[in-house]
Design a protein around this ligand. Structure first.
Ligand SMILES: Nc1ncnc2c1ncn2[C@@H]1O[C@H](COP(=O)(O)OP(=O)(O)OP(=O)(O)O)[C@@H](O)[C@H]1O
Length: 647
């Protein structure tokens, strides 16, 4: 282990002890400094791999101020703090530390935190290389000769979009001599699809007049530093820069990554990646983009030298006002319905991570489609000729987990009457989906961690080890960080799994996907041309959907079942006396939906005197195939006795 570490700590004794411990363990300490200013000097002299950072420091600036600088220049850090004030901790958390150690800590805690950070560092390093070579490959495919400059930039946007989540890409060219700007935007309308946004479109979107917009463009000062802007950093920039404000306001942006590229002696060229979500751009992207700047420079130089870009940079924009295009459902991910930008980010994350071996942690509320995402990762992974094996961790008792995951030989323990092939072995070459990982007991977590580290299993009762080539996807609807804090989830396992997190947005965060989902589920449940009235659809769009897509799916199925008309204009399930308001969130809503469905089917069965199929049977009355009704009766546990009982 030869990580180089800088210690920023104003308590001399703590700093000194720490330095000694680290050196004893073979780490290289690049310096121990008591203030932010001295830390920056030390970093200039020798860039460390990681910084151990106290929050309260000597001087005006705090550890959090330094963290923001480190974040900008892409150096990972771990906080050391005696301060447990919630506001400070929350602020510290926003800077995305690699770890957090609360004083007083043991030497062992620091070593574990560093080991985890090193693991992440290595993985993010591998990941950065993979990202870089992917973008490089895409950029190298761009044709420069004989194409229009806007097609070149469109290809640049697409090349980046493969790996960088972009909602809006802005390209700004500034002549350092004349101080003139040429600015153009690309708004993402689908997977690898963009619409060019110039002054005319912005006029349409922003309510500013063309004159005002021209002034904003003229006065814009392109950035000279590569940096990520989120939260306060973005707020500060918005105050200073009217163009950034315009884009942030028009497209509801929460994060920005900027990279300046020096072209010839006269031109500075800035690429600005905007996204509607926060926490999307990590320091690894800064590293990747910095490494790619030469390739980008070649492209820019070609365009400026050929004068193509100089002459008609903004003229492609048709004079006619153009509305922003409607986004389209991705064809590549046609099994996952939705086209909101929150979901497009998920598609891009899937595309990026699918071909790698990296473990993926899928997080999202219940019913958001985590299993669907896991299936999609497997489908796009190149491992899809091998199985995707699912394990529901909540359903396995700790004493059985070893046998279920690793298998056992016949007679290896009492009750092992037959040999069992474990889930890991079944998934060899393919993917193991560990659903509800947050429910796994601590004892089981240790066993799982061991396999993940050793990449081989030993069946119970056998001393033969089986090498494993299994891709792990874990999913949870719990906040695993909170579980770690509460001592219910192992920190080391969390970091193992958290290498590539994917957050699935809840349905209330993407109401624009509801109409598409509604169409999809209607055609799933009926061949009739049914639809919801606009009144009901509007209510559905305003509803919170605590059970997310699963709840929506159930609701649609039920409405189809109950509506006598092809245009569904009644609010069936949630609008009972119990929940007279669609906006009320009720914990037990999914259950009550089921209960209501049960009651309705039971009533129909009573009226058909228990007859299910044929003329006058419940299936006909409910307009359902007999097989569907039968399986519903079974699923809902409706018994004959109930049908024939008097109320
Ligand atoms: N984007 C989507 N398009 C179409 N169907 C979807 C979508 N997302 C979820 N579904 C459907 O919603 C239901 C719930 O999805 P899924 O089981 O994947 O959710 P989950 O997040 O794993 O839930 P839980 O946490 O409760 O296990 C499934 O029937 C799934 O097919």
């Amino acid at each position: 282990m030869n990580l180089e570490i800088l210690i920023v700590e104003d308590e001399f004794i703590v700093a000194n002890d720490l330095s000694k411990t680290l050196q004893k363990k073979g780490y290289l300490v690049t310096g121990t400094v008591p203030s932010v200013e001295m830390a920056m000097i030390s970093i200039e002299k020798k860039r460390p791999n990681i910084v151990l950072l106290d929050i309260r420091l000597r001087g005006k600036l705090s550890g959090i101020d330094l963290a923001k600088k480190l974040q900008k220049i892409g150096i990972p850090f771990i906080y050391l703090s005696a301060n447990s004030n919630k506001t400070i901790l929350d602020e510290a958390k926003k800077t995305k530390p690699y770890g957090f150690l609360v004083k007083p800590f043991r030497a062992k805690d620091v070593l574990v935190a560093l080991e985890i950070a090193a693991y992440h560092h290595k993985h993010s390093f591998d990941y950065q290389h993979q990202l870089q070579s992917k973008i490089e490959k895409e950029l190298s495919l761009i044709t420069l000769n004989g194409t229009r400059w806007e097609d070149v930039f469109l290809d640049v946007a697409k090349a980046f979009q493969v790996t960088i989540p972009i909602d809006y890409l802005q390209i700004a060219l500034r002549s350092l001599n004349t101080k003139k700007n040429k600015i153009l935007g690309f708004y993402r309308t689908g997977h690898k699809e963009f619409q060019i946004i110039g002054i005319n479109e912005l006029e349409n979107i922003s309510n500013l007049s063309k004159n005002d917009l021209e002034k904003v463009f003229r006065d814009h000062e392109s950035s000279h530093t590569t940096a990520i802007y989120e939260n306060e950093l973005l707020e500060d920039l918005v105050v200073k820069n009217s163009l950034v404000k315009l884009i942030v306001d028009s497209f509801h942006v929460q994060s920005l990554l900027e990279i300046p590229i020096v072209g010839d002696t006269d031109h500075l060229f800035t690429l600005s990646f905007y996204n509607k979500k926060e926490k999307l751009f990590g320091s690894e992207l800064l590293w990747v983009l910095t490494n790619l700047s030469n390739r980008l420079r070649t492209i820019v130089l070609h365009l400026t030298e050929s004068k193509l870009i100089e002459e008609n940079f903004q003229e492609v924009i048709p004079e006619k006002r153009k509305p922003i295009l409607k986004k389209k459902q991705s064809e590549e991910f046609n099994e996952i319905i939705g086209k909101s930008s929150a979901l497009l980010n998920v598609f891009e994350a899937i595309k990026n991570v699918a071909p790698m071996r990296t473990s993926v942690l899928v997080m999202g509320e219940s019913g958001t489609g985590k299993e669907l995402i896991a299936k999609s990762i497997h489908k796009h992974s190149g491992r899809d000729h091998h199985p995707l094996v699912t394990v529901n961790c909540a359903a396995i008792p700790s004493d059985l987990i070893e046998s279920i995951l690793f298998g056992h030989e016949k007679g290896s323990f009492t009750g092992a009457a037959e040999k069992r092939i474990g889930k890991f072995e079944q998934a060899n070459g393919g993917t193991l989906f560990l659903d509800e990982i947050g429910e796994m007991s601590l004892a089981s977590q240790v066993k799982l961690l061991r396999v993940l580290q050793e990449k081989e299993i030993e069946k119970i009762g056998s001393n033969v080890t089986i090498p494993l080539d299994v891709r792990i996807i874990a999913a949870t609807n719990r906040n695993l960080e909170e579980e770690v804090e509460a001592g219910r989830f192992r920190l080391d396992l969390y970091y193992r799994l958290h290498v590539f997190p994917i957050n699935i947005p809840s349905l209330k965060e993407r109401p624009e996907d509801i109409p598409l989902l509604v169409d999809f589920f209607i055609s799933k449940f009926t061949s009739k041309q049914m639809r919801f009235s606009s009144r009901v659809l509007k209510k559905m769009m305003n509803y919170q959907w605590p059970g997310n897509i699963r709840e929506l799916e159930n609701y649609i199925e039920r409405s189809i079942l109950m509506s006598p008309h092809e245009i569904i204009d009644d609010l069936y399930a949630p609008l009972t006396k119990k929940t007279a308001n669609f906006n009320v969130i009720e914990g037990a809503q999914i259950l009550s939906l089921e209960e209501m469905e049960r009651e309705f089917i039971l009533k129909t069965l009573k009226s058909s005197h228990g007859k299910i199929s044929g003329k006058g049977g419940a299936a006909e009355l409910l307009n359902l195939p007999t097989s569907t009704l039968n399986s519903k009766i079974k699923k809902l546990g409706i018994r004959k006795k109930e049908i024939f009982s008097e109320e």
